[in-house]
Design a protein around this ligand. Structure first.
Ligand code: HEM
Length: 343
């Protein structure tokens, strides 16, 4: 196999770590020294070789550990995966999209053999070799969306499109930045975005929705979003806030470099063929401050972005209280030199 999978955890002893390769390809989200919400959408048609944008669904060294963590979250709370009855066909569409993409993009790790409706799926990293009948739920151990998203990094929202609107009618959400599928299920695009500050007034969601409604099959799109997480936690859900919220108070000037993580979401958008649903995979990448600081340009820039971020955004993203300590740490890496545009 081409990828060495890390043996690591995203809880308890937090043994999660990034290799030098993973740091180098980390999707640092800031193109300039300041940040504000925007409709930052672009095509998702294969990116530079080795980058997280290269493949349709990036598989990296965290794959096996992330899937183990997902299984633990689901064992504690099955409501992290929900699919309203009319979304089963979209689940099959998603299963097909992921199986075809992964088997084409990573032939050494995944194989898909199709003989009419009889499909054999081989997932070598997870040791799975299953044969099932496409579109027959009784031949899989879970519903199609749950089956395939237990084998795919990142969260997945599957949106039904009707009445010129998107509806959060299915999803697998175990690695989210403080929002709840169980709360949002059945909501529309404006309703589930209601808590976001400033963006509604800026007209961002109206424009974003128009763009999304017109996404065509075979022409996926993507954008980046980001927040901050203390400790390399994947599951920062409201359901478990009592477990991770308190950890934000454990930050000290001595441990901030290793404990504070920039959390970047690579969000992609694919139109699904039979159901006309839209799938929204949200892939989470974590990188500690100390690892980020190995790239001098990132150090300078992160300091300026965090320093100048509007209070509303720092509050919504949950780091307003720790911002002064972050700035003390980050300012050491900002020599005041100008940074060139681009990442
Ligand atoms: C935040 C879902 C597309 C912009 C959120 C939240 C959810 C979400 C659940 C958290 C809201 C909360 O606090 O409870 C989705 C889904 C999308 C989608 C399912 C696909 C259909 C977009 C697009 C944009 C966007 C296309 C483009 C501008 C934002 C922004 C935030 C947000 C700016 C706040 C993020 C932050 O500051 O960390 N989204 N979103 N979303 N969304 Fe979306």
């Amino acid at each position: 196999m081409t990828i060495q999978f890390n043996d690591e955890t995203f809880r308890d002893d937090y043994s999660f770590h990034n290799s030098a390769w993973a740091i180098k390809r980390f999707p640092f989200p800031f193109h300039e020294d300041s940040y504000m919400y925007a409709v930052n959408m672009e095509q998702h048609r294969g990116g530079p070789e080795g980058s997280v944008y290269e493949k349709r669904f990036d598989v990296d060294e965290h794959y096996v550990a992330e899937m183990r963590d997902r299984a633990m979250v689901l064992a504690d709370d099955p409501l992290r995966c929900q699919s309203l009855p009319h979304m089963t066909l979209a689940g099959w569409d998603l299963l097909e999209l992921i199986m075809v993409s992964k088997s084409e993009d990573y032939p050494d790790l995944f194989e898909l053999h199709r003989d009419g409706d009889t499909w054999r799926w081989v997932n070598k990293p997870l040791g799975i070799d299953d044969t099932f009948t496409f579109l027959d739920e009784t031949t899989l151990p879970y519903g199609p969306m749950e089956y395939i998203t237990r084998q795919a990094q990142g969260d997945f929202c599957v949106l039904d499109q009707r009445d010129e609107m998107l509806w959060m009618d299915a999803g697998m959400v175990t690695t989210q930045a403080d929002w709840s599928l169980d709360f949002d299920i059945g909501m529309n695009f404006f309703e589930w975005h209601a808590p976001v500050p400033l963006a509604h007034e800026m007209g961002i969601f109206k424009r974003a929705l128009k763009f999304l409604l017109n996404i065509q099959q075979g022409a996926p799109a993507r954008r980046l979003n980001w927040t901050m997480t203390v400790n390399p936690l994947l599951d920062t859900s409201p359901e478990n806030y009592h477990k991770w919220g308190i950890q934000k108070t454990s930050l000290t000037p001595e441990n901030i470099g290793s404990k504070q993580h920039l959390r970047v979401e690579l969000q992609t958008f694919f139109r699904l063929p039979r159901s006309n649903a839209l799938v929204f995979p949200i892939r989470c990448y974590l990188c500690s401050f100390q690892d980020l600081m190995t790239m001098p340009k990132w150090g300078r820039r992160l300091h300026r972005v965090v320093r100048d971020l509007p209070v509303e955004l720092a509050t919504y993203k949950g780091f307003i209280d720790n911002r002064p300590m972050m700035l003390d740490y980050l300012s050491q890496f900002d020599d005041g030199q100008p940074t060139s545009p681009g990442v």
